[in-house]
Design a binder for this molecule. Structure first.
Ligand SMILES: [Mn+2]
Length: 252
């Protein structure tokens, strides 16, 4: 039997979205790339998984969420690449006062000049301004995850953008970082394509492979539930071996 895929376990107990108990803190370069959000400034915070240019599905999701001006729509990054119109997704986020995204490994590829970013030349400054982490209360939003073997203060930018399985291997065979991670903080993440979203006391996985013809998912931190919209089409094929059942490890 799988645990329920929505909400916080009873043992979680606390109000993760609204109560400031522990402020996640980083050191070094990540300290400057950490955006602290005052949850009291927002009515509801929604955290959204990897959009990868799926602007139509993002509009569908926003139509479901109906975010107000005093809500915050917070993205786990990878707004761009793979899908139909990354520029449209980035433009929507950067022009909306109630939206913010941490950077994903795909934004970082632009920043590092690893891939051509011709259509993003004029917004390069915005890409560089994207934080690597955002936090509210004792919740933390990063693109990929954190290395559970080390303290938050010992994470690198690479850790936050690329972690999937616990090193030395970092592929789709696991063991995944969220199997052994115990917070605080509770970490919201994307990057690893999941067969369904999942929430445990310490991790909330939101990349449900929209660009691969699956779903775009948000977590409503007030209602403590997922909001999911289907992809309109498959923009990029993905092998089943690279889609993780987030609960498989719980049965091991
Ligand atoms: Mn991604």
């Amino acid at each position: 039997m799988h645990p329920p895929s929505t909400g916080v376990s009873k043992s979680g107990g606390s109000d993760h979205a609204g109560t400031t108990r522990t402020c996640p803190t980083f050191d070094g370069e990540l300290d400057a790339l950490h955006r602290r959000i005052d949850p009291d400034r927002h009515d509801t915070i929604y955290v959204v998984g990897d959009a990868h240019g799926c602007i139509d599905e993002l509009q569908d999701l926003l139509a479901e969420l109906q975010p107000a001006e005093d809500d915050l729509v917070l993205f786990v990054g990878d707004l761009v690449r793979k899908g139909p119109d990354g520029r449209a997704v980035l433009d929507l986020v950067r022009s909306s006062p109630n939206m913010l995204s941490v950077r994903g490994n795909n934004e970082q590829k632009f920043i590092d000049g690893e891939v051509p970013a011709d259509r993003f030349d004029d917004v390069f400054g915005y890409l560089e301004s994207m934080p690597a982490a955002a936090s509210f209360g004792d919740s933390l939003v990063v693109h990929a995850g954190i290395d559970p073997r080390r303290a938050l203060s010992e994470q690198s930018l690479h850790d936050l953008l690329e972690t999937r399985a616990v090193p030395p291997e970092n592929g789709y065979d696991g063991p995944f970082w969220f199997e052994s991670y115990e917070g605080p903080p509770r970490v919201f993440f994307g990057h690893t394509v999941l067969s369904e979203p999942f929430a445990t006391e310490w991790a909330v996985g939101l990349d449900t492979g929209c660009v691969h013809g699956r779903e775009l998912t948000a977590y409503d931190c007030s209602a403590r539930e997922f909001v999911r919209v289907p992809a309109r089409k498959t923009y990029q094929h993905r092998d089943q071996a690279e889609i993780v059942d987030p609960w498989a490890w719980a049965d091991r």
